[in-house]
Design a protein around this ligand. Structure first.
Ligand SMILES: *[C@@H]1O[C@H](CO)[C@@H](O)[C@H](O)[C@H]1NC(C)=O
Ligand SMILES: *[C@@H]1O[C@H](CO)[C@@H](O)[C@H](O)[C@H]1NC(C)=O
Ligand SMILES: *[C@@H]1O[C@H](CO)[C@@H](O)[C@H](O)[C@H]1NC(C)=O
Ligand SMILES: *[C@@H]1O[C@H](CO)[C@@H](O)[C@H](O)[C@H]1NC(C)=O
Ligand SMILES: *[C@@H]1O[C@H](CO)[C@@H](O)[C@H](O)[C@H]1NC(C)=O
Ligand SMILES: *[C@@H]1O[C@H](CO)[C@@H](O)[C@H](O)[C@H]1NC(C)=O
Ligand SMILES: *[C@@H]1O[C@H](CO)[C@@H](O)[C@H](O)[C@H]1NC(C)=O
Ligand SMILES: *[C@@H]1O[C@H](CO)[C@@H](O)[C@H](O)[C@H]1NC(C)=O
Ligand SMILES: *[C@@H]1O[C@H](CO)[C@@H](O)[C@H](O)[C@H]1NC(C)=O
Ligand SMILES: *[C@@H]1O[C@H](CO)[C@@H](O)[C@H](O)[C@H]1NC(C)=O
Ligand SMILES: *[C@@H]1O[C@H](CO)[C@@H](O)[C@H](O)[C@H]1NC(C)=O
Ligand SMILES: *[C@@H]1O[C@H](CO)[C@@H](O)[C@H](O)[C@H]1NC(C)=O
Length: 734
C-alpha cells in the first residue's frame, strides 16, 4: 500500500460495475436467486467456473468471468477515516463510544454511496487496529492508541457501524481488521516490515498483540482480516497456519462462510523475496492458499497459482474454499441483488459530505483535544474593548491537509487554525515568516498572547518509523525564547508523539494542548478550545515518553514487560513507570470530584462468577439489578464540561511482574454543569480483570483488587476475589 492517498482517488476514478442479474448469461445462474442462502448462491457461481477461471480470481484486481457475466472487481478499497472524520488516534482520545459509532455510520454511508455510483467496491481495508506499542511507529496515528481495551471498544463500535449493525443480514460494507499480526514496524534502522520476524512470547501475544483480533473475529464478527508483512516467531503471517487456522479460525471460531483473509499488498511475494520461506514461487503461493489466505494483493497468485496447481501443490477444493468465502461475502453485501432488493442501494451523492457528517468531524476533533498544562491562561478571552492581538508562530498554524494524517479521503474543506482565527471578530492576527526571529517579533509587537502550533519535523509515514521522539532543537528554542518575554505563551502540539517535558517544566510556558491529527475541522476545534467555546475533555490515548526512551529499547524488541537483561524499561502505561504524560491524563477548564457509589459486596467467590464476557455482578445500594459500577462525578468549578470517567484495575493478584494497572471501563459524561453531578455506569467484565500466564492463558486470580477512577486517582473501590484461580481461556500453543 504505497500509493496511500492516491488509493482513495484511484478508487473513485476506476469504474466498478455491479453484476447484471436481470439478463443472460448471469440471470441463468442461481447466484441471482435471492431465495437461496448466501452460501448456496456463491456455490452455484463457483460450480459454473472452470479451474482455469478459478485460478484467476484470488487476485485483488479480479478479472471476473466474462463468460458467466461476472464483472471485474477490485478488492482494494480504503476508508480509514473517511471523508468526514479525524484520524483514529484523535478519535480514541475522545473516549466516546457512541460518537465512534456515528462516525462509522458516516464512513460506511459515504463508502456505500460511492459503491452505488459504481465508483468503488464493497469491501474496505479499514480499521488499522494493531496497538500503538512504540512511539516511533510510522503508522501509530492510524490506530486508536496503545491500550487494548480502548482498541477493542473502538473495534466494537467502528466495525459494527461500518458493516451495518450487529450481525447484519446484508453488509453495508465489509470491514477489514488489519494487520494480522504483531505488525507495528515499517522501516527502522535497517529492519523492513517486508522481511521482519517479530519474536513474541505467548504471554505478550495473547495479552496484547492478539487482543484486537480476538475482538474483531470472535466478538464483533468482522467480515475480513488482512494478514501482515512480517513473520511471527519465524513464520510469515500470510502463510501461518498457527495464527490463521489454530487461533483465528479454530480458537476464535471465525468460520462463517463469508469470512475471508486478504494479504497486505505484495505480502505473498515477500514470503518468497524477503522471508525466503520457500524454495520457489509456486510453493509460496500454495502455502499462502493452503494456510487460508484467500486474496493476494499483488501479482503472485495470478502469475504462479496455475503452475502451482499443475505441480499438485494444492487441491482444487482449497481454491474453491477461498472462492466460496469471497463470493459469499459479496452475495452478503447485496452485490448480486437488484437495487430494489437490498437495503443500502438507495444511498447516493446526497448522503456524502452532509452538514450532519461535517458536524461530527468538528465534534470528534473538539472531543479529542487533550489539555496537558494550563496556568489559567486558557481559555483566552476577548478584551471588553478593542482587539486581542495573537501572534501565531510554528510550522502548522496554517496546516490544512497535514491535519488529516495518512489514508484520508479528499475533504470538502479544510480549516486551519489561522483560518478559524481569521473568522473571529476583534482579533488582530500576527504571524512570522520563516526568516524572522520569533523573539524580536514578539518584543516588537507585544501581542496579548503567543500561540505556537507545530508538529515534529521528522514526520511519520507509512514506510518509515522515526528515530527520535525529541522536538527538533529549533522548535522548543523558539518557544522558550518567546516565553522569556513574559507574554503568555501557548503550545499546541500537533502531529506525532514527542516529549513535551521542556514545556511542562518551563514556568513561562502557560499552556500545552495536544491536538495530534484532528482532521478537516482541526483548526476550528483548536481555536474553539483556546477561546473556551468548548471545554477540553480528551484524554491521552498513548503514553508520552521521555526523550531517552528510544535509546533504552529497540523497536524490534517486542517485549512489553521490563527486562533487566535487555534493559527494556517496559512498554505502555501498564509496564512503564516514568512517563512524561501518562496514558489517560487530561486537564479541564474546571475541576471534578468523583465518588464511587457504595457497593455492598466486596468479596466474590470465583466459582460463583459467570462467564468471562459478562460483567462482575455488582449489587448496588440503589438498585440490586445493576451490574455496573456507578461513579458520581461532580463539577466543582465554574465551567460546563464533559468528563471522561476512566476505571483502572490494580492490585495484588496474578503472577509477577504485575502491571501497574489496566483500563477496564470508561464512559464520557456530556455537559456536566458547574455545581452539578452525573452518574457514570462502568461495566467491568471478568475478562477485563483477568491476567495472562506465561503460556498465554487468560486467568481469573484470587487476590485483592482496586478499581481506581481517573489519572491521577480521584476515587478507589476495593474488593477481593476468593477461591481457586480459574482459566477463562486456554490459549492455543503453537
Ligand atoms: C438460459 O436459460 C434459458 C432458459 O432456461 C435458456 O433458454 C438459455 O439458453 C440459457 N442461456 C445460457 C447462456 O445458458
Ligand atoms: C485470466 O485473466 C486474464 C486477464 O487478467 C485473461 O486474459 C484470461 O483470459 C483469464 N483466463 C481465464 C481462463 O479466464
Ligand atoms: C452502474 O452500473 C450499472 C451497470 O453495471 C448501471 O446499470 C448503473 O446505471 C450505473 N450507475 C451509475 C450511477 O452510474
Ligand atoms: C462457530 O461459528 C459458527 C458460524 O459462525 C456457529 O454456527 C457456531 O455455533 C459457532 N460455534 C461455537 C462453538 O461458537
Ligand atoms: C440519504 O439521503 C436521503 C435523501 O437525502 C435521506 O432521505 C436518507 O435518510 C439518507 N440516508 C442516510 C443513511 O443518511
Ligand atoms: C493560510 O492559508 C490560506 C490558504 O491555504 C492562505 O490564503 C492564507 O494567506 C494563509 N495565511 C497565512 C498567514 O499565511
Ligand atoms: C480589530 O479587528 C477587526 C477585525 O476583527 C479589524 O477590522 C479592526 O481594524 C481591528 N481594530 C484595530 C484597532 O486593530
Ligand atoms: C525519568 O524521566 C526523566 C525525564 O523525564 C529522566 O530525567 C529520568 O532519568 C528518567 N528516570 C528513569 C529511571 O528512567
Ligand atoms: C481546581 O482546583 C485547584 C485546587 O484544588 C485550584 O487550584 C484550581 O484553580 C481549580 N481549577 C479550576 C479550573 O477550578
Ligand atoms: C453525587 O455527589 C453530589 C455531591 O456530593 C451529591 O450531592 C449527590 O447526592 C450525589 N449523587 C448520588 C447519586 O450519589
Ligand atoms: C467560580 O465562581 C465563584 C463565584 O462567582 C468565584 O468565587 C470563584 O472564584 C470561581 N472559581 C474559579 C476557579 O474561577
Ligand atoms: C453498560 O452496560 C449497560 C447494560 O448492558 C449498557 O446499557 C450501557 O450502555 C453500558 N455502558 C457503557 C458505558 O458501555
Amino acid at each position: 500500500m504505497l500509493l496511500t492517498t492516491f488509493a482513495v482517488l484511484l478508487a473513485s476514478a476506476l469504474a466498478h460495475e455491479y453484476p447484471d442479474c436481470s439478463s443472460e448469461p448471469l440471470s441463468n445462474n442461481s447466484v441471482c436467486d435471492t431465495s437461496l442462502s448466501a452460501r448456496e448462491r456463491a456455490q452455484a457461481l463457483i460450480d459454473a467456473m472452470t479451474i482455469q477461471e478459478k485460478l484467476n480470481l484470488t487476485h485483488n484486481n479480479s478479472p471476473g468471468v466474462p463468460r458467466l457475466g461476472l464483472p471485474t472487481y477490485n478488492w482494494w478499497g480504503e476508508a480509514l477515516h473517511g471523508v468526514a472524520a479525524a484520524p483514529a488516534i484523535v478519535m480514541a482520545a475522545a473516549f466516546d463510544d457512541p460518537l465512534i459509532y456515528s462516525i462509522g455510520e458516516v464512513i460506511s454511508t459515504e463508502a456505500r454511496a460511492f459503491s452505488n455510483a459504481n465508483k468503488s467496491g464493497l469491501d474496505y481495508w479499514t480499521p488499522n487496529i494493531n496497538p500503538f506499542r512504540d512511539p516511533r511507529w510510522g503508522r501509530g496515528q492510524e490506530t486508536p492508541g496503545e491500550d487494548t481495551y480502548v482498541v477493542k471498544r473502538y473495534i466494537e463500535n467502528m466495525v459494527t457501524a461500518l458493516q451495518g449493525g450487529p450481525e447484519p443480514e446484508t453488509y453495508k460494507i465489509i470491514a477489514t481488521c488489519k494487520h494480522y499480526t504483531a505488525y507495528d514496524m515499517e522501516f527502522w534502522q535497517g529492519n523492513t516490515r517486508y522481511g521482519y520476524d517479530a519474536k513474541v512470547s505467548a504471554q505478550d501475544m495473547a495479552e496484547y498483540y492478539m487482543q484486537p483480533f480476538q475482538q474483531c473475529a470472535r466478538d464483533t464478527k468482522v467480515g475480513s482480516i488482512m494478514c501482515a508483512y512480517n513473520s511471527v516467531n519465524g513464520v510469515p503471517s500470510c502463510a501461518n497456519s498457527y495464527t490463521i487456522e489454530s487461533v483465528l479460525r479454530g480458537h476464535w471460531n471465525w468460520t462463517a462462510d463469508e469470512n475471508y483473509i486478504t494479504s497486505d499488498c505484495t505480502a505473498i511475494q515477500n514470503i518468497y523475496t524477503d522471508h525466503h520461506a520457500f524454495p520457489d514461487r509456486q510453493q509460496t503461493v500454495a502455502a499462502a492458499l493452503n494456510s487460508g489466505v484467500d486474496i493476494d494483493c499483488g501479482y503472485y497468485n495470478p502469475t504462479f497459482l496455475p503452475s502451482a496447481y499443475e505441480q499438485g501443490l494444492f487441491e482444487e477444493a482449497t481454491l474453491d474454499r477461498s472462492l466460496l468465502r469471497l463470493y459469499t461475502a459479496l452475495v452478503k453485501s447485496g452485490y448480486f441483488n437488484s437495487a430494489e432488493s437490498q437495503p443500502w442501494r438507495s444511498l447516493g451523492w446526497s448522503n456524502v459530505s452532509t452538514p450532519e457528517s461535517e458536524d461530527l468531524a468538528l465534534q470528534i476533533a473538539e472531543e479529542g483535544l487533550v489539555l496537558l498544562k494550563n496556568d489559567g491562561t486558557l481559555p483566552l478571552s476577548l478584551p471588553s474593548e478593542g482587539n486581542l492581538t495573537v501572534l501565531l508562530i510554528g510550522g502548522w498554524f496554517n496546516a490544512t491537509s497535514e491535519m488529516q494524517g495518512i489514508y484520508a479521503g479528499p475533504a470538502r474543506t479544510l480549516v486551519s487554525p489561522w483560518m478559524a482565527l481569521n473568522n473571529m471578530s476583534n482579533i488582530n492576527i500576527e504571524t512570522i515568516q520563516w526568516y524572522e526571529s520569533p523573539l524580536i517579533k514578539a518584543n516588537e509587537l507585544q501581542p496579548d498572547v503567543i500561540v505556537w502550533i507545530d508538529a515534529t519535523h521528522e514526520g511519520a509515514e507509512e514506510t518509515a518509523d522515526r528515530n527520535t521522539i525529541k522536538w527538533d532543537l529549533m522548535q522548543p528554542d523558539a518557544v522558550e525564547s518567546v516565553a522569556t518575554t513574559g507574554i503568555p505563551t501557548v503550545v499546541v502540539h500537533m502531529g506525532e508523539q514527542c516529549d513535551d517535558s521542556m514545556f511542562f517544566s518551563n514556568a513561562n510556558v502557560s499552556a500545552v494542548l495536544w491536538a495530534g491529527y484532528p482532521g478537516m475541522f482541526g483548526g476550528q476545534a483548536i481555536i474553539n478550545t483556546l477561546f473556551g467555546e468548548v471545554a477540553p475533555a480528551g484524554r491521552m490515548p498513548i503514553t508520552q515518553y521521555p526523550t531517552n526512551y528510544v535509546n533504552e529499547v529497540a523497536m524490534t524488541d517486542m517485549g512489553l514487560r521490563p527486562d533487566s537483561e535487555t534493559g527494556n524499561p517496559g512498554r505502555t502505561y501498564k509496564w512503564y513507570d516514568n512517563a512524561t504524560v501518562e496514558f489517560g491524563f487530561g486537564l479541564h477548564y474546571t475541576n471534578f470530584t468523583a465518588e464511587i457509589i457504595a457497593v455492598e459486596t466486596t468479596s466474590f467467590d470465583i466459582a460463583q462468577l459467570p462467564h468471562a464476557r459478562r460483567p462482575l455482578p455488582l449489587p448496588s445500594r440503589r438498585s440490586s439489578s445493576t451490574s455496573s459500577l456507578e461513579v458520581n462525578v461532580t463539577n466543582t468549578g465554574n465551567t460546563t464540561s464533559d468528563y471522561v470517567a476512566l476505571a483502572f484495575v490494580a492490585g495484588e493478584y496474578g503472577p509477577e511482574p504485575r502491571p501497574r494497572k489496566s483500563l477496564v471501563a470508561y464512559q464520557r459524561l456530556k455537559g456536566v454543569e458547574s455545581g452539578a453531578s452525573q452518574t457514570g455506569a462502568l461495566n467491568i467484565t471478568l475478562g477485563a480483570l483477568a491476567r495472562y500466564d506465561v503460556s498465554g492463558n487468560e486467568i481469573l486470580y484470587p487476590g485483592s483488587y482496586r478499581i481506581q477512577i481517573d489519572v491521577p486517582v480521584l476515587a478507589t473501590w476495593e474488593f477481593e476475589l476468593t477461591g481457586a484461580e480459574t482459566v477463562l481461556d486456554h490459549w492455543p500453543q503453537s
